[in-house]
Design a protein around this ligand. Structure first.
Ligand code: GLY
Length: 438
């Protein structure tokens, strides 16, 4: 089997994927389409439009690609994995049917209901009049979500009725999110710490990667609007009972429901949970690795990450997992696939963003990076670009500073230390990432 790999995407998640793949003992040739200056450090960026499925297949044939990993949701929702599958090219990432779990929040709720998994009470609407009438029955705060994918911006937690009315009108009347917001969920607001659970599955076997926690709001103490994520850490320590409960009350029933409906799934299913007083509830699914979660979860993976993805893509994850035992890692018993994670290490990423994000911001500022890059700390590129003037900002989330250490406090200090030595005009970041780890 060819050891040539193509990673689709251009963000921090894709740099983290390429960085992890580059550590494979099989020394793969890695291509990223379109990639970013970070993916170029360990691979070759190629000018390939992921929306042009024929062109992706042609590229894979020309370069003898033996595995495609699709990073972002849009190409997954658009069915790129189906196209590659038909062309007999192994692909890590679900087809369009499975990706509907992220692309259609009403469908995700149907799966959860069918599986009997706890999730906030909701109703779906296409008319603002009907949504406003339903609001009368809801307590505040209330959560309004665009049903389609909206780059993490289609969700609003509304504390007042005027806020809820405004967001409903933005979605359904002003069509701020285009067709993604023409149907919305009006959802009960629940409370508790959030948890990101990444489930690697080939549809039959599955493994849970290290539980992680994102910090989604722009402001410290979780204030201000939602972003794609301003920082994360892993592993989150949970009590023994909770590891087990997440598996038996969420993961197992959801995977069984997908099988019951004949929905094939080979890739990673991201369950966004809230840990409420009455147990874990599912807030959302994503059909891909989280970002920035991937930046902290992937470095904790034991063994050959390329082989983990390849065996998942080829439907032989079960036999791959047999090579990993929990005893070697001290991982929790109730967490299937715990042997895949190094539980003795801790990782923290702090995102450096452009002032104005998640609203409008200026691009093109020169970036000055720290010199340190070793197994204890490194920089992940997200919205950066290489120009004649050198490295410049090119996105809202510009880069992530990652610290890794046996001590959680040292991992955090390393990440913030790297950020202190990173400079660009308008750099903003949160100072409270991983301040509380429980
Ligand atoms: N960090 C949230 C997400 O990847 O959707």
């Amino acid at each position: 089997m060819s050891r040539n790999v193509l990673v689709i995407g251009s963000g921090g998640r894709e740099h983290a994927l390429v960085r992890q793949l580059a550590q494979s003992p099989s020394e793969p040739a890695i291509y990223a389409a379109p990639g970013n200056p970070g993916t170029a450090l360990n691979g070759t960026n190629v000018d390939l439009d992921p929306a042009d499925h024929e062109a992706v297949v042609a590229f894979c044939r020309a370069k003898e690609i033996g595995l495609v990993i699709i990073g972002p949701e849009d190409p997954l929702i658009a069915g790129l994995a189906d196209h590659l599958h038909k062309a007999d090219i192994p692909v890590f990432g679900p087809g369009a049917q499975g990706a509907r779990l992220e692309g259609d929040k009403e469908f995700a709720k149907e799966i959860l209901t069918g599986a009997g998994v706890a999730t906030p009470r909701y109703q779906a609407f296409s008319s603002s009049q009907a949504a406003l009438k339903y609001l009368d029955k809801m307590d505040l705060p209330v959560v309004i979500k665009a049903c389609g994918a909206a780059q993490g911006k289609g969700v609003a937690v509304c504390s007042t009725r005027p806020e809820a009315e405004e967001f409903i009108a933005e979605c359904l009347d002003a069509q701020r999110f285009g067709s993604s917001g023409l149907r919305i969920l009006v959802e009960e607001c629940i409370f508790g710490p959030e948890l990101s659970v990444l489930i690697v599955t080939d549809g039959q076997s599955y493994a849970l990667l290290a539980p992680s926690r994102d910090h989604k709001r722009i402001g410290e103490q979780d204030t201000g609007p939602n972003t794609g994520g301003m920082g994360a850490f892993a592993p989150v320590e949970l009590g023994d009972a909770l590891y087990q409960e997440i598996d038996t009350r969420v993961v197992l029933p959801v995977l069984a429901e997908l099988r019951r409906r004949d929905i094939p799934y080979r890739g990673v299913l991201y369950a966004g949970l809230m840990l409420t007083d009455s147990g874990p509830e599912v807030l959302e699914f994503n059909c891909r690795f989280g970002d920035p979660e991937a930046q902290v979860v992937l470095p904790l993976i034991r063994g050959d990450f390329l082989e983990l993805c390849q065996s998942t893509a080829e439907g032989r994850l079960g036999s791959y997992l047999q090579g990993f035992s929990i005893e070697e890692t001290g991982g929790p018993e109730g967490w299937p696939g715990a042997g895949l994670t190094d539980w003795n290490r801790h990782t923290v990423v702090v995102v450096a963003a452009s002032d104005g994000y998640p609203g409008s911001y200026v691009k093109g500022h020169a970036i000055d990076l720290p010199s340190q890059d070793d197994e204890k700390g490194w920089i992940i590129h997200a919205g950066t670009a290489t120009t004649d003037q050198g490295l410049v900002t090119a996105g809202g989330r510009v880069l992530g500073a990652v610290g890794a250490n046996e001590s959680p406090a040292n991992a955090r200090d390393t990440a913030y230390g790297l950020l202190n030595d990173t400079h660009f005009t308008g750099l903003i970041y949160r100072r409270d990432i991983a301040a509380k780890r429980g």
